[in-house]
Every structure is written in structure tokens, then in C-alpha cells.
Write a protein that binds this ligand. Structure first.
Ligand code: HEM
Length: 150
């Protein structure tokens, strides 16, 4: 959506950029970072039984939160700015007169819904990771299978 020259002519630096930046940067490198962290945690303590509820909550909340941030707030603001840019000129899409309208203010406040869901996911992830690192071994470890003597 943002890549063709004609789109960039009207849209560069509007909220459509933030849509792409949030979706791509978090979607690619944020999730990759979390995935690699889990991979390392698993390798550090291979016998520990994982509590899957917090990590499942983190997965869904982070992904749904990011989606809500984009769909409820960033994208609508970006599309309205694009319309404004095409209709009245790029300058007007970034002008305070346009950005401070009630509709725009409300759309920016809608970010809170996605942000909150995302934050719940982030907290669940930290809770899970800390729990894994601090948990006492004895109770929750799977016994290592001893290979049978032939
Ligand atoms: C790993 C994949 C990607 C990541 C993490 C990423 C990240 C970003 C970020 C953070 C920005 C905002 C930069 C700024 O305004 O300071 C941006 C802008 C941009 N990206 Fe990507 N991007 C990715 C892939 C792509 C791909 C595949 C395309 C096109 C096929 C693309 C096209 C653009 C364009 C055209 C802009 C400028 C948009 C504007 O200023 O309005 N990006 N990207």
C-alpha cells in the first residue's frame, strides 16, 4: 500500500507509515526476538515443564493487541490523512487544524484499547519468563530418561 511512488508522493510520513512500521518492525523482529528468547530458555533448562497458560495468553494478547492498534487507530488515521492529502494537499494532512479535529483525537485515543491488550500480553510474557528462570527445580522438572542398558 505504501510502496508505489504515487502512494509515497501523497502518503509518505503520514500514519500509513506508522501502520507499516508497527506491523513490519514488531511483526518481524519483535516476534523473532521473543521466539529466540523462548528457544534459549528452553535450551537452558530442557527438563523444566512449561506453564503454558501465561505464554498462550502472551501470544494471543500481543498479536491481537498489535492488530487492534493498527485496525482501530493507526490505519483509520492514515487513510483519512491520505484522503485529506489527495483532496487538499499534503500540507493539510499534517496540519494541526486537521489533526486536532474531534474525529482525529478520538481515533488516536482508540489506540488505548490495542495498547492495553498488548501490554497485558507483554506482562504475561515477562511473568512466564521470570517464572521459568526463578522456579525451584525439584517440583517441576521432568525426570531425565535413563537410556536402557543393553
Ligand atoms: C522486515 C521488514 C520490514 C521492516 C521491519 C520495515 C520497517 C519499516 C519502518 C520502521 C519504516 C518507517 C521508517 C521511518 O519513517 O522512519 C518503514 C518505512 C517504509 N517501508 Fe518498510 N519495513 C520492512 C519491509 C518493507 C518492504 C518489504 C517494503 C516494500 C516492498 C517496505 C517499504 C517501505 C516504505 C516505502 C517505507 C516509507 C514509508 C513512508 O515513509 O511513508 N518496507 N519500514
Amino acid at each position: 500500500m505504501i510502496n508505489p511512488p504515487i502512494a509515497l508522493y501523497y502518503m509518505q510520513g503520514l500514519n500509513t507509515t506508522a501502520v507499516h512500521a508497527h506491523g513490519a518492525l514488531y511483526g518481524v523482529y519483535g516476534t523473532l526476538g521473543l521466539g529466540l528468547m523462548l528457544f534459549c530458555l528452553r535450551a537452558m533448562k530442557p527438563n523444566l515443564i512449561w506453564k503454558e497458560k501465561p505464554i498462550a495468553l502472551a501470544f494471543w494478547a500481543i498479536n491481537i493487541g498489535l492488530m487492534l492498534e493498527i485496525v482501530l487507530s493507526l490505519l483509520p488515521v492514515g487513510l483519512l490523512q491520505t484522503y485529506q492529502s489527495v483532496a487538499n494537499g499534503y500540507w493539510s494532512a499534517r496540519s494541526p487544524e486537521f489533526l486536532q479535529t474531534t474525529l482525529m483525537q478520538n481515533l488516536r485515543w482508540l489506540r488505548m484499547i490495542g495498547d492495553t491488550v498488548f501490554a497485558v500480553g507483554a506482562i504475561a510474557f515477562v511473568y512466564f519468563a521470570l517464572g521459568l528462570m526463578l522456579r525451584r527445580k525439584a517440583r517441576l522438572e521432568v525426570p531425565v530418561p535413563v537410556p536402557e542398558q543393553v
